[in-house]
Design a binder for this molecule. Structure first.
Ligand code: CTP
Ligand code: MG
Length: 233
């Protein structure tokens, strides 16, 4: 089984504030994308990494990844207008012999390699689709955004926050994206669920959090400082 990692990195990072596209912003002295690609490439079963770069930054991303040592084959494609489109474009350029695909956000630079290995292993052992999940700390309510009142409170014990990498059998991911058409999901597993295919769950990692807002960048900086102090590179 040959495994690829697809890295959607084409977003602008609007919630982080104005500046360079988010995946190219530095944390721990290195662009977030480089951290993510390095960790994926170091994972046990990842043979090739395909990055969906911001459309205007394909050459810059190629130069950046050439500058940093990455222990796997890396390909770069231009991403799309939405995360879903970026993933679709990257999947379309996968080598034909790839049978398993991990999709990992460039914006999760601290993902532990053990989590990547766990997701890849679940796919190798027969899961059609697998997501890392964490219990939620806050109570989550369904609200009517227009009227501004609460509609329902799902039992927190049944809720999980879902991270990446998400892992798929290649045909399953391709079928899910093909069937989605104009429908949108905030993650790839959501498209697989819409086909009625079972999505497995593995324990997530607090370090796999997504850098979304300025406070996340501060947390990421602190965690990289600690890793470097511990001698981890
Ligand atoms: N992404 C992508 N193509 C897009 C939009 C997002 O490849 N057109 C990627 C981002 O680069 C990121 C991941 O999808 O690695 C998760 O998306 P998100 O955290 O929402 O990043 P952004 O879209 O960049 O941020 P924002 O929504 O705040 O603008
Ligand atoms: Mg976004």
């Amino acid at each position: 089984m040959r495994t690829a990692a697809v890295v959607p990195a084409a977003g602008r990072g609007e919630r982080l504030g104005p500046g360079t596209p988010k995946a190219l912003r530095e944390v721990g002295g290195v662009p977030m994308l480089v951290h993510a690609v390095r960790t994926l490439a170091r994972a046990r079963f990842v043979d090739v990494v395909v990055v969906a770069a911001p459309p205007g930054e394909v050459a810059a991303v190629a130069a950046l990844l050439a500058d940093h040592e990455v222990p796997a084959e890396v390909r770069i494609v231009a991403g799309g207008a939405s995360r879903q489109e970026s993933v679709l474009l990257a999947v379309a350029s996968l080598p034909p012999d790839v049978t398993a695909v991990l999709v990992h956000d460039a914006a999760r630079p601290l993902v532990p390699v053990e989590l990547v290995d766990a997701v890849a292993t679940a796919v190798r052992e027969g899961a059609e689709a697998v997501v890392p999940a964490l219990p939620v700390a806050d109570t989550v309510k369904v609200v009517d955004p227009d009227a501004g009142f609460v509609v329902a409170t799902p039992d927190r014990a049944t809720l999980r926050a879902i991270q990446t990498p998400q892992g798929f059998r290649r045909e399953v991911l391709e079928a899910a994206h093909a069937a989605a058409g104009a429908a949108v999901a905030t993650d790839d597993a959501g498209l697989v669920e819409a086909l009625g295919i079972k999505v497995s769950v593995v324990p997530g990692s607090e370090e796999a959090f997504k850098v979304t807002r300025p406070i996340d960048l501060m947390l990421a900086e602190a965690l990289f400082a600690r890793r470097y102090a511990d001698g981890v590179r």
